[in-house]
Write a protein that binds this ligand. Structure first.
Ligand SMILES: Cc1cc2nc3c(=O)[nH]c(=O)nc-3n(C[C@H](O)[C@H](O)[C@H](O)COP(=O)(O)O)c2cc1C
Length: 228
């Protein structure tokens, strides 16, 4: 964690004194992708807001870009969209706008320091809406490229924080398809620093719910002090 000089202040006797600001507190770029179908009632979204608010309370000055891919859905991958995204020539306006959207989402991803993904469990996996975001950003030659062996990622220096609310308990069980899928999909793009915060047992009210939320909040607090 380094310090750097942002500007100088004039102190007594007109001497310029450097003002040191903790680098990690300043202008961290955060990209938030929310995907819950429960909007303001969403446990995952509420925990993401908790994390962002905790950062503010700690003095972080983040620049946050947020997409709620449930309220503003992304295109579903189709044969034509897939080939357009892989470079097939087209003058179709809808396909051109899909390419433009994918370009924009990828540019945001590459610029970010911390990617915060809201990934509630629906039917043992991530919401379809979140899968659609991955289908827009996992793109050959843009976020990964093929080698003779395993594909190499092209997204560098991005850390990922996954917030995943669940009604039951799944962590470490074969019923959790979210953890391996997100780890592999992010890893394909080169994002290997991936931290999961699970809020589990939330449908086991009241005790399970309260314990699950409290544990997740503590884990989010613990994640505040990562080195950017
Ligand atoms: C359509 C749907 C499917 C669900 N599937 C599961 C599931 O497979 N396993 C589980 O533990 N909970 C499941 N749940 C419960 C949610 O994971 C739980 O309510 C969680 O808090 C939802 O997060 P959210 O409020 O951020 O959307 C499901 C809920 C919905 C609405």
């Amino acid at each position: 964690m380094g310090n750097y000089i942002t500007h100088y202040v004039v102190c007594n006797l007109g001497i310029l004194k450097p003002l040191y600001i903790n680098k990690s507190l300043s202008n961290v770029k955060i990209l938030v992708i929310k995907s819950s179908i429960n909007g303001h009632q969403s446990q995952t979204n509420t925990l993401i807001e908790y994390y962002l608010n905790q950062r503010k309370l700690q003095g972080y000055k983040d620049s946050v870009i947020e997409h709620d891919v449930e309220s503003v859905p992304l295109p579903v991958l189709t044969h034509q969209r897939f080939h357009a995204l892989r470079g097939a020539q087209t003058d179709d306006a809808e396909l051109l706008s899909t390419i433009q959207l994918s370009d924009q989402l990828i540019a945001e991803l590459k610029r970010t320091d911390i990617l915060v993904l809201g990934a509630p469990m629906y039917n043992l996996n991530v919401p379809t809406q979140l899968k659609n975001w991955f289908d827009m950003v996992v793109r050959a030659k843009h976020t990964f490229f093929y080698t003779d062996s395993y594909p190499q990622g092209l997204v560098n220096n991005v850390k990922a924080l996954i917030v995943s609310a669940r009604g039951g308990i799944h962590q470490g069980q074969p019923t959790d398809a979210i953890t391996p899928y997100l780890t592999a999909a992010l890893g394909l793009m080169g994002i290997n620093d991936v931290h999961f915060v699970y809020a589990e047992g939330l449908d086991m009210k009241p005790e399970g719910y309260l314990a699950g939320v409290a544990k997740a909040q503590q884990q989010l607090k613990d994640y505040l002090h990562i080195d950017i």
